[in-house]
Design a protein around this ligand. Structure first.
Ligand SMILES: Cc1cc2nc3c(=O)[nH]c(=O)nc-3n(C[C@H](O)[C@H](O)[C@H](O)COP(=O)(O)OP(=O)(O)OC[C@H]3O[C@@H](n4cnc5c(N)ncnc54)[C@H](O)[C@@H]3O)c2cc1C
Length: 561
């Protein structure tokens, strides 16, 4: 079934759930009128449906290839990328000083959701460039900004993010790539990076790599990491792509999914690089890009969930099997198929609302609201992990609804599950996100967490659905206090269920807000979420309160026995 862009649902979330009008009221975003935003979402929806969605299967069947050191992208990807760049979707939120539209990140987030649903492999490319633009806007010198930003913003050049090395994955501090001063203000970068998304392509005029590396005598761990901009082609005096830099793509990974996105092993051999930000402060600079990308990857989960849901629903409406009492005579009338479909729809709504809620907090923070800054920081790991878990769960249910046909590649149901799987792994695994939540994000003594719970509690009062939410919020408050009382190792043992409990409660709050509009279908969906999914939060909290208890009772030998 062709993808149908959910512009109406996204607009509903903006208008009724996440308070986007507060962003529009900020003078910084005065151009983001409802007419402008609607026009962008509608045009994005059209491009995603008509141009990008038809590429999704081609990317899966004809993966990117490495030919004579150059990446050849999947059929149609170059044209698809051109459509994205020409529509300005790489730089919706970039600074107008360099050609961006200066619109809220919330608009970017909504457009990214639709691009990712249409073709996840291709969307990962502009997602990387968007993050790089933000990192350069914050941390680069004016000379670098003037040279690189207009070309990245226009989409003529593409950006990548190079952290991972064979021995340095989750533990970025273990990286060994070196950067030695050349004596002319530039640096010679040497080392190997693995898993670099879109490390090369055949449609950009230049590829700009942001590379984490160590200066000579830098301290160990993350305190000794600096960030370098390393272009594939060194710009000449006019800013055009010039001499080839000493870097190359060594190979492409063979992956279970996301075949249209070239995942590169990169070799840097004394490649000329420029320092971004301060020496040994590379992690802080890279975090600008990574925070952006964490929301972006959470949204990728929502994207694939929406596409997989639409696909499964179309099949369920068509497939006849067994006697049904319902109106369609197809499997959609069976109770268990209904259960799966409604659960998918309820999860997608919650995950979409969460991603847009976070995007609004990011925009309000940019507009100077300090509380919104803390809220955004707290929501980031939840949105990343929950969005991607929803992506995996919904794609998996989508296969189940297809029955045997779900296991047969031709239907396309399996591609969603294969493609989305990596979203729970890259950009910091979901386990690492949960550790960030109970570690760094509770370092304020729980202030951001309790502020969020206060807000949910205040919004929950009043109707029946709100009354169902109130005791769960109280239990989550106690669980948060319990978490704060534990030492870090103990917190980590309960981190993932704690994060998921928070996501459940946030999701219930969004559904309760949707029900307030009185729309019958939204009320039914909210009732489903609050009666069937929200109670899972209690089991998650029980697990969170176990901390690391029992996790080390079995020895490695016991595990192997
Ligand atoms: C398709 C793809 C694209 C990617 N794109 C990029 C990219 O563009 N740029 C880039 O730099 N990287 C990229 N990556 C790398 C990705 O970010 C890493 O794979 C990821 O961070 C995990 O690192 P790892 O693979 O070394 O796993 P490991 O770090 O070895 O983790 C293995 C397991 O151990 C757990 N674990 C590890 N450390 C801890 C800990 N301290 N506490 C608890 N659990 C822990 C993890 O959660 C995981 O379950 C990509 C990866 C893939 C597969």
């Amino acid at each position: 079934m062709p993808y149908r862009a959910p512009v109406t649902d996204i607009t509903f979330c903006l208008d009724h759930i996440v308070g986007f009008d507060r962003v529009q009221a900020a003078s910084r975003f005065e151009d983001a009128t409802s007419d402008v935003v609607q026009a962008i979402l509608t045009e994005a929806g059209r491009i995603c449906e008509e141009v990008l969605a038809p590429l999704n299967r081609a990317g899966d069947l004809h993966p990117a290839r490495l030919e004579n050191g150059v990446v050849r992208t999947s059929p149609g990807f170059a044209e698809g990328y051109r459509a994205i760049a020409e529509a300005g979707f790489v730089a919706i939120s970039a600074d107008p000083a360099h050609g961006g539209l200066g619109l809220p990140h919330t608009v970017t987030t909504a457009v990214n959701e639709m691009m990712g649903a249409a073709c996840l492999s291709l969307e990962l490319n502009p997602l990387m460039t968007q993050g790089q633009i933000e990192a350069l806007e914050h941390h680069a010198t004016d000379a670098i900004k003037d040279l690189y930003l207009p070309r990245l913003v226009s989409g003529d050049w593409c950006g990548t993010m190079n952290l991972t090395e064979p021995q340095a994955g989750s533990d970025v501090g273990a990286l060994t790539t070196r950067a030695v001063p050349n004596g002319d203000g530039t640096y010679a970068v040497t080392g190997q990076k693995i898993y670099i998304s879109w490390g090369d392509n055949d449609f950009a005029g230049n590829i700009v790599h942001l590379v984490l590396a160590r200066l000579p005598d830098a301290p160990g761990g993350t305190k000794g990491i600096s960030l370098f901009l390393v272009p594939k082609k060194i710009p000449d005096a006019q800013g055009n792509p010039g001499m080839a830099n000493t870097l190359k793509v060594v190979s492409l990974e063979h992956k279970m999914g996301l075949h249209g996105s070239p995942t590169c092993v990169m070799q840097y051999d004394g490649a000329q690089g420029w320092l971004i930000g301060e020496e040994n402060k590379g992690m802080a600079a890279m975090f600008t890009m990574m925070n952006n990308a964490r929301l972006g990857v959470g949204v990728q989960g929502v994207s694939v969930a929406e596409a997989a849901y639409q696909h499964a629903l179309a099949y369920a409406l068509d497939r006849k099997q067994g006697r049904t009492e319902g109106p369609t005579g197809s499997i959609v009338d069976h109770a268990d198929v209904r259960r799966m479909l409604i659960e998918m729809k309820a999860e997608i709504f919650a995950a979409r609302a969460l991603s847009l809620d976070l995007a609004v907090a990011i925009d309000l923070a940019k507009a100077g609201d300090a509380e919104a800054q803390a809220r955004a920081a707290f929501l980031t790991p939840i949105a990343k992990a929950y969005g991607t878990e929803v992506g995996m769960k919904v794609a998996d249910r989508g296969i189940q609804i297809h029955g045997g046909m779900g296991f047969i590649e031709e239907t396309g149901a399996a591609q969603f599950a294969r493609d989305v799987r990596v979203t729970a792994i890259y950009e910091g695994t979901n386990g690492i996100q949960a550790m960030d939540l109970v570690g760094r994000k509770l370092m304020d003594g729980g202030a951001a967490a309790f502020a969020l719970l206060d807000e949910i509690e205040a919004a929950a009062s009043g109707d029946d659905l709100g009354a169902m939410l109130t005791p769960v919020v109280a239990a989550l408050r106690e669980t948060t206090q319990d978490m704060l009382a534990r030492d870090m190792a103990d917190r980590f043992g309960g981190a993932v269920p704690f994060l998921m409990a928070f996501a459940r409660v946030l999701g219930a709050q969004y559904h309760a807000k949707a029900a307030v509009t009185g729309d019958a279908a939204r009320v039914s969906l909210a009732q489903y979420h609050l009666t069937r999914l929200l109670p899972e939060a209690h089991a998650m909290m029980a697990q969170a309160r176990c901390g690391s208890g029992g996790l080390y009772d079995l020895s490695p030998d016991d595990l192997a026995a």
